[in-house]
Design a protein around this ligand. Structure first.
Ligand SMILES: *Cc1c(COP(=O)(O)O)cnc(C)c1O
Length: 453
């Protein structure tokens, strides 16, 4: 008998599917310790399309990250501390942010509105003032005033200075600050642009000389960095800049290596957490020794890595349509939209790990997926390849086929839109065996209201 669990790439740590399995009826189940979720049952209860968020999976990944960093700091006798800052833009959902900070994450915000959420948490007594908040993004007057306001309340707010105007605006800031360098290291990633606009060039930074209360050197060169050598090359370059700036800035003691750790969105294995952390710490340790300086405290802001695998998106297959002369044989039209709710499919040709929720042991067909909007771009072809899913004509009338797109927890929610006025999927949160509705399915009225109706 075929090993279906293996075939659908479930139960594999590096693919983020360790807790995913198939039951004897060929249905997808997810195990949170001793709790078990049958995804088909959830669909019957809450309908489709549906987003399911697993905060315990976020927590688990964060623990694993801490463990791995602390293990290698010790192993290499690295005399600096590790801090994780969660980049809030990856998913601002409360059900993601609150568990993370309660489990030891600090934060990184990219806008005044994200910082406003910090203020809100603090006002509601949900926020420990020891949690450090790094502030990136253009510092508008409102953003600056919010930074000062929270600092006055003794929150630990660390603005990152990205240009000369910001340096001026923050010259009298009464707390720690960071500077951002635009590293001249090219990496294999969609986001690696030859010319970008974030931070100072390293020559500019050196020319700044002494910066008051400078604590952190920060870089972030794009997400989903495909090769580990590139992540390490960034760290190496970042450390070289750190050494130089430290000469004039003795208060500098932390290197922030930003985000970019890759997620195995497709079924292809990438480098592992263990390999990545080990290499980075080893590299930084070596340079510190050579330059005879204390190794910097380390911050990472790996967002997608922590959050993407903690959410799945469910669609119902509405019907099929034949495709002539193609590697895929059929369109499967789904009851949701890639363009609206998994917009990276369209924006950056994101590839996904797609599996059936039921009928996982049936005969398969090569298909492309099409969304419910009227747009010819609203589709998923696995990059001009095909997706294997159960053959509809074999399934009978009794039950619909549902599919799950895995690893949808990063970025997709905030980027979502309303093309063709389709309603956003409902969203539920599954934690400790308990299900909570985080967002109801939008009614036509609610969607219309967004457009003034
Ligand atoms: C977007 C962003 C991140 C997160 O990147 P991931 O690739 O999702 O890990 C981290 N830091 C900064 C400054 C960012 O802009």
């Amino acid at each position: 008998m075929k090993n279906y669990k293996k075939f659908w790439k479930l139960g594999i740590e590096e693919l983020g599917t360790k807790d995913f399995d198939i039951n004897k009826d060929g249905e997808l189940i997810v195990r949170e310790g001793n709790y078990q979720y049958n995804i088909l049952d959830l669909i019957k209860k809450f309908g489709a399309p549906l987003e399911i968020l697993f905060p315990w999976l976020v927590e688990k990944r964060l623990h694993n990250l801490f463990e791995t960093f602390n293990y290698y700091l010790k192993a290499f006798n690295y005399k600096g501390k590790f801090f994780y800052h969660y980049p809030m833009k990856v998913s601002q959902n409360k059900e993601v942010v609150l568990p993370l900070i309660s489990e030891g994450a600090n934060l990184e915000v990219s806008s005044a509105n994200e910082l406003w959420l910090v203020k809100k948490m603090w006002e509601q007594n949900q926020f420990d003032s020891r949690i450090k908040v790094i502030c990136n993004g253009p510092k508008t007057n409102y953003y600056l005033s919010l930074i000062s306001e929270l600092r006055e309340k003794n929150l630990n707010i660390i603005p990152i200075i990205e240009d000369l105007l910001e340096l001026q605006a923050l010259i009298n800031y009464r707390g720690d600050v960071g500077v951002r360098v635009d590293l001249d290291v090219r990496v294999k990633s969609h986001w690696d642009k030859k010319i970008d606009r974030f931070g100072f060039s390293w020559q500019e930074i050196l020319d700044l000389g002494r910066i008051r209360n400078l604590k952190i050197l920060h870089y972030h060169n794009g997400k989903q960095v495909e090769r580990l050598e590139d992540l390490v090359a960034q760290a190496k370059r970042g450390m070289e800049v750190y050494v130089k700036i430290k000469e004039k800035n003795p208060t500098l003691d932390t290197l922030n290596i930003g985000g970019g750790f890759a997620v195995s969105f497709t079924k292809k294995r990438m480098y592992t957490l263990d390999q990545g952390v080990k290499k980075i710490i080893k590299t930084l340790k070596k340079i510190s020794e050579k330059m005879e300086i204390p190794p910097p405290h380390l911050i990472c802001e790996w967002g997608s890595y922590i959050v993407a695998p903690a959410q799945i998106t469910i669609f119902r297959v509405l019907f099929e349509k034949k495709i002539e002369n193609s590697i895929a044989k059929k369109w499967y039209i789904i009851d949701g939209s890639f363009m609206n709710d998994l917009i990276d499919t369209w924006a950056i040709r994101q590839k996904w790990h797609v599996i059936p929720v039921n009928f996982m042991k049936e005969k398969l067909s090569r298909v492309w997926l099409a969304g419910s909007s009227c747009d010819s771009d609203d589709k998923y072809t696995a990059g001009g390849n095909y997706i294997l899913l159960p053959r509809l004509d074999e399934l009978g009338e009794a039950e619909d086929l549902y599919i799950a797109v895995l690893d949808t927890g990063a970025y997709q929610d905030a980027l979502a839109s309303h093309h063709c006025l389709l309603s956003s999927p409902a969203k539920i949160v599954a934690q400790n065996g308990i299900l909570m509705v985080a967002r109801k399915r939008e009614t036509p009225e609610e969607v219309g209201k967004l457009f003034g109706w």
